[in-house]
Design a protein around this ligand. Structure first.
Ligand code: TXA
Ligand code: MG
Length: 326
């Protein structure tokens, strides 16, 4: 299959909508990371999407709609706290777990009666879904076990030749995935800490519990081993020690650090991730792809203070490192 990279003109967005309605697969930008779309009610297209992503069939997909009123079409029994979150954070980097409506096929939810729903806050995504006039599944547009894509070129690296179109909307604003919340439990359960921070969630609906991964989280599998540091004042000393230890064993190693910390690592290899935690989140996945492309054996990521988006970053670092904290 020839995968075309398209600029997000009105005409091209219309082409993509028609392709989706014909059972095709189209990648497009969202404010968190790029999505790989298929019409959610088209089981055959959704099955093909699992194949091209090499995604295990027991891992359900998020469903996106373009307006709040459409949520009632894909979910039922919407709790009051979910209504509050919908009003406050949608469109945005929040996904709600809700009772599934009958129109959502089992292949989307991996047989569960729960559907994950979100409204992406990106004008290209919203326009596309609007034109499709049906709910669209929005998993990240990477091959399973690769970092989520934050650029159209990342999508092409993983999926070129396997999908119909990639709409190029530039860099994803936030850079890490949506926060996933189940308001059907009391207190509500956070299944993934992401773009909407825990502080903001708590301010809107009160206390929440954060779910620890039941199954051992699948480590992201690049050539490089990912380690990350706990956050404390002189963590750079510990990172340098670990770096030197790995280097002595012949492991090509790189540190991911904030711009302001670069000099603490002397002449060791570093990739800077930006000036603050928002930029760290924005750049994390792109730097991991760069480490792979440049064939590093190990990446040591600086730890962050678990505040605001920092808390989401810690959650992500635990996941991608498979819990290898130094
Ligand atoms: O920001 C995002 O959410 C991005 C953008 C592209 O929309 N999408 C995304 O999708 O991160 P994905 O497939 O990479 O991650 C979706 C997560 C998975 O961990 C999946 O298990 C969970 O959402 N999920 C989806 N449907 C679910 C359901 N019915 N019940 C429980 N968890 C669900
Ligand atoms: Mg993903």
């Amino acid at each position: 299959m020839d995968t075309q990279l398209l600029q997000p003109t009105n005409e091209n967005i219309m082409r993509c909508a028609a392709k989706l309605n014909g059972g095709g697969l189209v990648a497009f930008p969202t404010e968190t990371v790029y999505a790989l779309g298929a019409v959610a009610t088209d089981s055959a297209a959704v099955k093909r999407l699992y194949d091209v992503k090499k995604r295990p069939s027991d891992n359900p997909l998020i469903v996106a709609v373009s307006k709040k009123s459409a949520i009632d079409g894909v979910a039922k029994n919407i709790p009051q706290k979910a209504r509050v979150l919908i009003e406050k954070f949608m469109p945005g980097a929040l996904t709600l777990l809700l009772d599934k409506a009958d129109c959502i096929p089992d292949v989307v939810t991996a047989g569960s009666s729960t559907v994950a729903v979100r409204i992406p806050n990106n004008p290209i995504a919203l326009k596309l879904i609007d034109l499709v006039r049906k709910p669209v599944v929005v998993p990240s547009a990477n091959t399973s076990s690769k970092p989520s894509p934050t650029l159209a070129s990342h999508v092409a690296d993983d999926l070129k030749g396997k999908i119909d179109y990639i709409l190029d909307g530039g860099e994803s604003e936030i850079g890490i995935e949506s926060t996933i919340v189940d308001t059907r439990t009391e207190p509500p359960t956070v299944h993934r800490v992401g773009g909407v921070t825990l502080d903001k969630l708590k301010a809107a609906i009160g206390d929440v519990v954060v779910k620890r991964d039941g199954k051992k989280s699948i480590k992201y599998v690049p050539q490089a081993d990912i380690l990350f540091s706990a956050f404390y004042d002189n963590m750079s000393e510990n990172i340098c020690r670990k770096y030197d230890e790995l280097a002595a064993r012949g492991r090509k190693t790189v540190v991911l650090c904030l711009n302001g910390n670069k000099k603490k690592y002397g002449d060791r290899a570093v990739f800077t991730v930006g000036k603050d935690y928002s930029e760290y989140a924005h750049n994390l996945f792109a730097r991991l792809r760069k480490a792979d492309a440049e064939r590093y054996d190990a990446v040591i990521a600086e730890g962050v203070e678990p505040k605001g988006i920092g808390e989401s970053l810690v959650n992500r670092l635990i996941k991608i490192s498979g819990g290898q904290i130094i």
